[in-house]
Ligand binder design. Structure first.
Ligand SMILES: Cc1cc2nc3c(=O)[nH]c(=O)nc-3n(C[C@H](O)[C@H](O)[C@H](O)COP(=O)(O)OP(=O)(O)OC[C@H]3O[C@@H](n4cnc5c(N)ncnc54)[C@H](O)[C@@H]3O)c2cc1C
Length: 376
């Protein structure tokens, strides 16, 4: 588009969230991002807009309003009924070129991970993947650093400008996108100072969902931006969607997660059976460390951590898990962490609310009995 230049930063306004739906159902990450986007839009004093693509999906709009969207850009077309990279990229890029959002957020789902980089490249802007924290407002960002980083207050207080191509750049209106780097050994904050929109993906379960607000659900505005899409724009066709018959575990939505690690290696079958029994008594689900997944003891969708799922249940059990930084990245915000490990120096005890230093094969049966007795 002729009047679009991603380097003309002053042209861009508002926060957008890509509202991922599959077969007419919004993905939970979408609502988490709408909740987070609300915070960013308020910090910037702008509107929060959802962009919803699909066919006959207008019925999803109130949900987006209820969690904080002021407006939803609705793009309906039979060719958008099922996700394809070509069609979704084309429509989103056309809408961004017309309406020029300042920030754009995507869920780091398979679809988001496919779509966001394609859009960023077409729009000639930057994308930061798998963010775990987002801020705009400098005082709020500095507060976050003071609470969560090892940087001294003096260093943090001085922040406000960076050098960009030899010139001082004020970062106060930039999106600060924080994500793990170097295998999770440090956190990096990334900005996109020269181009807009600043684009980020965020994994499911990372951002907190705001409460459903009936009044906002009723007042959200809908606009239908113009876009062109023809059959010949689609290079790929989805002929059929076949759902996996195995039920995927809902780790992110569970109140209780019982995770096992390499510590069950002495008797894997028994270790998993104990975790399943404990989870069943407490109405929870079984998760695992990457060591447990890589060993083939549990399917990949059970993995908790930086490259697995991020969970914050009411109770998180870490059974025979050492507490590597990449594992902690996915569970340390749980309300109560109960760790069982026979090594008193295991790092998991640093984040545990309750630590039991002993053999899990001895401790877990006792826990099961105790919780069963408490229920009766
Ligand atoms: C880029 C990258 C991404 C990663 N992403 C993830 C991720 O998403 N999730 C993740 O979990 N890891 C991840 N890892 C791997 C991570 O670094 C660790 O290797 C992994 O978490 C270790 O798993 P573990 O704690 O089960 O095993 P170990 O570190 O081997 O710990 C086993 C623990 O069990 C204890 N134990 C042994 N026997 C018993 C017993 N009978 N009773 C009680 N305790 C016992 C031991 O004392 C030990 O502390 C990642 C690594 C990298 C480099």
């Amino acid at each position: 588009m002729e009047n679009f230049n991603s380097a003309n930063i002053a042209d861009f306004k508002n926060v957008w969230v890509f509202c991922e739906q599959r077969q007419g159902e919004l993905m939970p990450t979408t609502l988490e991002l709408i909740s987070e986007g609300r915070k960013l839009a308020d910090e910037l004093g702008v509107e929060l807009c959802g962009i919803l693509l699909g066919d006959k999906v207008e019925g999803l709009v109130p949900q987006l309003g209820a969690h904080g969207a002021d407006k939803v850009y609705l793009c309906e077309n039979p060719l958008l009924a099922t996700y394809t990279t070509d069609a979704y990229t084309k429509v989103i890029v056309e809408c961004v070129e017309q309406l020029k959002p300042e920030i754009m957020l995507f869920g780091a789902s398979n679809i988001g991970r496919d779509l966001a980089p394609r859009c960023a490249a077409r729009l000639h802007t930057g994308l930061c993947a798998d963010c775990t924290h987002l801020d705009v407002d400098m005082p709020i960002y500095k507060d976050f650093l003071k609470k969560s980083s090892t940087l001294g207050d003096e260093k943090i207080d001085k922040m406000g400008t960076v050098m960009v191509q030899g010139e001082k750049h004020d970062v106060s209106r930039d999106l600060k996108m924080t994500r793990p780097a170097f295998g999770g050994h440090l956190m990096a904050t990334i900005i996109c100072p020269r181009f807009r929109p600043a684009m980020a993906t965020v994994r499911p379960g990372v951002m907190k969902l705001s409460a459903y607000d009936e009044a906002k659900a009723a007042s959200v505005k809908v606009e239908r931006p113009a876009f062109s899409l023809a059959d010949e724009d689609l290079k790929t066709r989805v002929r059929e969607i076949v759902k996996e018959t195995r039920e995927m575990v809902d780790l992110t939505g569970a109140d209780v997660v019982v995770s096992v690690g390499r510590g069950i290696s002495k008797d894997v079958q028994k270790g998993i059976a104990l975790a399943e029994e404990l989870a069943e008594v407490l109405g929870g689900v079984v998760g695992g460390s990457r060591a447990a997944i890589d060993s083939g003891w549990l399917p990949a969708d059970h993995q908790v951590g930086q490259t697995g799922k991020t969970v914050h249940p009411k109770m998180y059990f870490a059974l025979g898990i050492s507490g590597a930084i990449q594992h902690k990245a996915g569970m340390q915000d749980s309300e109560n962490i109960i760790a069982v490990n026979k090594n008193a120096a295991a790092p998991i005890f640093e984040v545990a609310d309750y630590g039991i230093c002993d053999d899990l094969f001895k401790v877990v049966p006792m826990l099961i009995e105790a919780f069963k007795a408490a229920k009766d």
